[in-house]
Design a protein around this ligand. Structure first.
Ligand code: NAD
Length: 460
């Protein structure tokens, strides 16, 4: 009796605490007894993976297409708010897999809650979630609670409380919850990971990551599509709204939240907010809904992260200013630098056969032989079959890895804690930027267990 009472009290304590997980909260309740640490988690192998898809707009289509082209996969349900989206994606699916003309997957549309009915009726093995950001957490948690592994678009969630709720659900249900950071599978990102693992630039000290992508045009998607919901975030959100594309890869180069080091604290500042208001005034009538919004989130956000080992990361975000796309993708080591946009490499003593010292970048056509020597084996193996899968092939490589890890019962390349740490830069940058750069501590989503998780291997 005493033991049961203790367990009940302990789990009640943890539930109560989880709603209070503040960014600067110093102590954490222990993980409830039946829950387990999910870093390196291996699920029962799934020979044939039955998948449901929630959100079939711009991004959901890519996942459906890439999943359905792989062997050992079955699409059991499609769900979106709009019947039109579901019907269009069914036609696409039938082109890839003619058998779905005979037996259609179950289809759901019509209101915000159809996905709940779908989970009850279909009981899929996995759910791909590609909806607007506020739906990510309830849909991921709902999927796991219904016995499915959840694969969620970026960012995993937009608040620290939701990130904890996702982790607690994954640990309690023993289900994967992977945030699908496709950029980690880009050619250059895989190349840099390979080089870092080989010690090519020595000990890693500092990284620079970004999502700088001018997306004002999305405001013309006024009633449906990405701009219809994302535009509201530029008004009501704060700080870095989309941190993970740049951060995911550099965090894995540095083995953050895996054995070596982890996220510690962050400071952040935002520029004034100008571009969205100007764009709304120039492109929409005065009484238009975009002109009723006050775009308060600064156009450009810059955060600095300090790790447990004292290493540093600079993370920038700007979806508004007129300038070319970049994710920075820079990693600085004691012996050299790897940088992106454009791809550049410098190394002490020079790069073999190309440069003589670190004062000149290897770039452009000079990189060709370098790619030949150091391309990641996964890229070499999969490029031919995935190069048209989206975003230069990274989407297809990611899906191949998801499917093979599920089929073989292997740990996924990105665990639930990595998704949470990378996404946490969103709410932590908001907290810091609204308090004059006040430092924010990262919650330790692993409760100290990151030291047990092996670095991501160079998988073949
Ligand atoms: N990784 C990448 O490269 C990448 C690229 C683009 C978008 N994204 C992410 O993908 C997600 C979706 O973005 P998008 O551009 O496809 O947006 P979108 O608006 O085109 O698609 C979202 C879809 O979700 C559906 N939806 C919303 N609420 C729903 C509900 N309650 N039930 C069922 N369906 C619902 C909408 O009807 C819509 O079709 C976002 O998280 C975004 O950040 C990632």
């Amino acid at each position: 009796m005493k033991r049961r009472k203790f367990i009940q009290t302990a789990s009640l304590g943890s539930a109560a605490l989880s709603s209070l997980h503040l960014s600067n909260a110093p102590t954490l309740a222990p993980r409830p007894t039946k829950s387990k640490y999910m870093g390196g988690f291996q699920a029962k192998p799934l020979q044939k993976i039955k998948a449901a898809f929630i959100g079939l707009g711009y991004r959901g289509k890519d996942h459906l297409q890439n999943f359905a082209t792989l062997e050992g996969t079955e699409v059991v349900a499609l769900c979106d708010l709009y019947q039109e989206n579901v019907n269009k994606k069914l036609v696409l699916l039938q082109k890839i897999r003619p058998e779905y003309s005979e037996t259609q997957p179950k289809m759901y549309w019509g209101d915000e809650n159809q996905w709940k009915i779908m989970l009850e009726e279909v009981r899929p093995d996995v759910v791909f979630i590609s909806t607007n950001w506020v739906n990510h957490a309830p849909m991921a948690i709902g999927s796991m609670e219904h016995g499915a592994h959840a694969f969620v678009e970026v960012p995993l969630a937009t608040s620290i409380a939701d990130l904890w709720a996702i982790i607690e659900s994954s640990e309690r249900t023993h289900k994967h919850c992977m945030m699908m950071e496709n950029v980690n599978y880009g050619r250059d990102e895989l190349l840099f990971l390979n080089l870092c693992r080989q010690g090519y630039i020595g000990e890693l000290l500092h990284a620079e990551a970004a999502y700088i992508h001018e997306l004002r045009w999305q405001m013309h998607e006024e009633n449906k599509g990405t701009g219809s919901w994302r535009t509201h975030h530029y008004a009501s959100g704060r700080g870095n709204l989309y941190p993970t594309h740049g951060l995911g890869p550099v965090a894995q180069y540095m083995n953050l939240a895996r054995t070596e080091d982890s996220f510690k604290s962050l400071v952040s500042f935002s520029s004034p907010a100008k571009g969205r208001q100007d764009y709304a005034q120039e492109n929409f009538p005065a009484d238009h809904k975009w002109n009723q919004l006050q775009f308060r989130n600064g156009d450009i956000n810059t955060s600095l992260v300090k790790t447990q080992l004292g290493r540093t990361l600079m993370i920038q975000w700007d979806e508004t200013s007129p300038r070319p796309y970049t994710r920075h993708n820079l990693i600085q080591g004691t012996l050299g630098t790897l940088a992106g946009f454009p791809t550049r490499i410098a190394r002490e003593g020079g790069v073999e056969g190309i440069t003589k010292d670190h004062h000149r970048w290897v770039q452009g056509t000079d990189l060709e032989t370098f790619y030949e020597m150091y391309d990641h084996p996964l890229y070499k193996k999969l490029n031919a079959s995935t190069k048209n899968s989206g975003h230069g092939g990274m989407d297809g490589i990611m899906m191949v890895r998801i499917v093979e890890c599920l089929q073989q019962g292997l740990p996924l390349d990105q665990n639930v804690y990595e998704g949470a740490f990378w996404s946490a830069v969103g709410p932590l940058s908001a907290a810091s930027a609204t308090q004059e750069g006040m430092p924010q501590k990262f919650p330790d989503f692993t409760r100290g267990d990151w030291k047990e998780t092996k670095p991501l291997a160079i998988v073949h």
